[in-house]
Design a protein around this ligand. Structure first.
Ligand code: IMP
Length: 181
């Protein structure tokens, strides 16, 4: 996938709609690489803040905020930046949380949209790529903390990863790089 071209396009789209400024809210940790490249592609100057969430269980939609925003977003134009929207449950939680803080506007930008798995409708204003029902790793996306720093996106086998989370490490990082990250 041509990540760079997609990020540049998203940066232009968001900049064109937000000439008067905006707050970028990035969801840690998955959006780490994406938001840093996205920030560099803007032709406007946004402010950025971070939310960190933790999931109680996969696909449960039960999420809690483990690091909240430093900024007050009331009356501000906000773009929430996500790595991937899958079932939409996490996004639904986040939009509820942020919506209660009365932003002037609240849009969502996601690098990846796995819309075949959607449970909750997700209002996505900016989408990098639509992906099929595959497990994706790299460019911020992890399995058990691994593979986030890959400068590419790969489709991985979740069954193999569950059996051995390091299964792709030798292939992707070289033979001497085992260990969690
Ligand atoms: P949702 O609540 O089902 O939409 O899940 C969104 C979250 O699940 C993302 O922010 C990721 O942390 C994780 N996730 C969903 N699909 C993938 C994937 O293919 N690779 C890595 N993480 C994923």
């Amino acid at each position: 996938m041509a990540i760079g071209a997609a990020v540049t396009r998203l940066g232009r789209e968001i900049s064109a709609r937000h000439r008067d400024g905006l707050v970028i809210v990035a969801v840690l940790k998955g959006s780490l690489l994406f938001v840093s490249d996205l920030m560099r592609s803007f032709t406007i100057q946004p402010v950025v803040d971070f939310l960190a969430i933790s999931r109680y269980a996969p696909d449960s939609g039960r999420v809690r905020i483990v690091k909240d925003l430093d900024l007050d977003i009331s009356g501000r134009d906000v773009v929430l930046v996500e790595d991937i929207v899958d079932t939409g449950l996490t996004l639904g939680f986040l939009l509820g949380e942020l919506g209660r803080r009365s932003p002037a506007s609240l849009e969502v930008c996601t690098l990846l949209d796995k819309r075949v798995r959607r449970i909750l409708p997700a209002p996505l204003a900016y989408v990098g790529f639509e992906v099929p029902d595959v497990f994706v790793l790299g460019y911020g996306l992890d399995f058990a903390g691994r593979y986030r720093n890959l400068d590419m996106l790969i489709a991985a086998d979740p069954v193999a990863l569950t059996a051995d989370p390091d299964i792709y490490v030798d292939q992707l990082y070289g033979a001497h790089s085992r260990g969690s990250g």
